[in-house]
Design a protein around this ligand. Structure first.
Ligand SMILES: [Zn+2]
Length: 126
């Protein structure tokens, strides 16, 4: 296998595989050079999560990667619902939002990817 040492946009270096057709390899190299390394992307995502109030997820890396977009979508849903909520329901939506941010089990998010908000709302008076 052939490897080339490239420098990511963040300044970190990585050895990447340059086997394959020239055009594809050049694309792969260019894409890698224009993007941050995996460690920096991970750090940015963790920082984003801390900013939006999400707790860290528990589970395997594959589970966490699958769960992340699910819980972000759930938070969006809650925020949209909250905008249209009646004044007297605002507290309940604030509580629902907290539940979304706090639910830290990646497997739970994957299991409830289509109805997470409904399930959480059942425990709250909504
Ligand atoms: Zn980096």
């Amino acid at each position: 296998m052939a490897w080339r040492l490239i420098t990511h946009a963040c300044g970190h270096q990585e050895r990447i595989n340059v086997d394959g057709p020239y055009v594809i390899v050049e694309q792969r190299v260019r894409k890698a050079e224009q993007s941050p390394c995996a460690a920096c992307i991970g750090a940015t995502n963790r920082w984003d999560n801390a900013q939006s109030g999400f707790c860290p997820l528990w589970g395997s890396k594959a589970q966490r990667d699958r769960a992340e977009p699910i819980r972000r979508r759930a938070l969006n849903q809650v925020d949209i619902l909250a905008v249209h909520a009646r004044i007297e329901d605002r507290d309940a939506f604030a509580e629902l939002r907290k539940q979304v941010l706090r639910r830290d089990d990646a497997a739970w998010w994957i299991e409830h990817k289509t109805n997470a908000v409904n399930i959480l709302a059942q425990d709250i008076e909504l």
